[in-house]
Design a protein around this ligand. Structure first.
Ligand SMILES: C[S@@+](CC[C@H](N)C(=O)[O-])C[C@H]1O[C@@H](n2cnc3c(N)ncnc32)[C@H](O)[C@@H]1O
Length: 293
């Protein structure tokens, strides 16, 4: 984990005011989990995230062809995406992160996913880091498909006898990538309820569990909406290489910072509330402890 230093910085202030003071085109990725606009806390309003002017202030600091990933409540992801697009970025994907522990709400469907809008700056687009975000194969007979030659041979035999596989698929199965399956644009929390809704093996999708009550308080210093470190690490790996610089201008409890530092990227965090800034600094300083998460 990289230390909290002149490279990894936490700035206190309103992102709208702070970002114009930074050099242009300095970030290799922007990863943000801003307000959802649901009004669940005093800061959870949509003024910034639904405003194209806000995203042009962010975009000024992002390099050409690089990515911005922004979390949203599903019902407002269209507003977020439209504002980001109006600021000149192209919308590349909308990734659901599925979870099973949403709370029932009288007369409405309960929440089952958050959305992650993935957008790119104009310019020569950098390919995503697919190989760093592959999904490890399930273990069968004590070994992963990637190393279990016995299993691979029997799959190959089955395929030769009309095992229902296209030649290209057969080739992939008998020569699997050592890092695992090609990742898809669906993520999930790995909970029993979510897994029971899949008909195939859960291993096809990357999973990151939502934090529960006590865990949440422990890692976040009391912040109400921390994201799991493993989820943010996956996004960090997907969008950047080691040594590159990431911006999170809605830092909250600083999870993006922890993830970036574990993955050996550098990070600039901006958070408006003093109390959260103090706990981000404390969290990043004791970050070595979290590098195992
Ligand atoms: C959803 S939380 C981020 C949670 C974070 N991903 C985590 O894992 O802890 C959003 C944060 O953005 C902050 N915020 C809202 N508007 C802001 C603004 N204009 N500038 C800076 N911070 C802002 C809020 O205080 C809140 O802590």
């Amino acid at each position: 984990m990289t230390p909290l230093s002149a490279d990894n910085i936490v700035l206190c202030g309103d992102a709208r005011m702070v970002l114009p003071t930074l050099y242009p085109s300095i970030f290799d990725a922007v990863i943000v989990d801003g307000p959802y606009g649901l009004g669940l806390t005093p800061w959870d309003v949509g003024n910034d995230v639904w405003d194209p002017v806000f995203w042009s202030v962010v975009a000024r600091t992002l390099k050409a062809g690089r990515y911005l990933a922004a979390f949203s409540a599903p019902k407002y992801s269209h507003r977020l995406a439209t504002a980001i697009e109006a600021a000149g970025l192209s919308i590349e994907d909308n990734i659901p992160w599925l979870f099973g522990n949403g709370v029932p709400k009288g007369g409405r469907l309960k929440d089952g996913h958050d959305s992650i809008v993935l957008a790119a700056m104009p310019g020569q687009k950098r390919p995503l880091n697919i190989d760093d975000c592959r999904i490890p194969y399930e273990t069968i007979e004590g070994a992963s498909l990637a190393v279990n030659t016995h299993l691979r041979k029997s799959i190959k035999r089955g395929a030769r006898h009309g095992g229902g596989l296209f030649p290209a698929a057969k080739e992939k199965i008998v020569s699997p990538h050592p890092n695992g399956r090609y990742p898809s644009n669906v993520l999930h929390d790995g909970g029993a309820e979510t897994l029971s809704s899949f008909s195939g093996p859960e291993h096809r999708f990357f999973y990151a569990a939502r934090l529960r009550g006590t865990e949440r308080a422990e890692v976040s210093g009391g912040h109400l909406t921390p994201k799991p470190v493993s989820l943010m690490r996956w996004l960090v790996r997907l969008l950047t290489d080691p040594g590159e610089r990431i911006l999170d201008c809605f830092a909250g409890s600083g999870t993006t910072g922890v993830a970036a530092m574990i993955e050996r990227r550098t990070v600039t965090l901006i958070e408006r509330e003093d109390e959260f800034v103090a706990s981000i600094r404390a969290r990043l300083e004791r970050g070595a402890l979290e590098s195992s998460m």
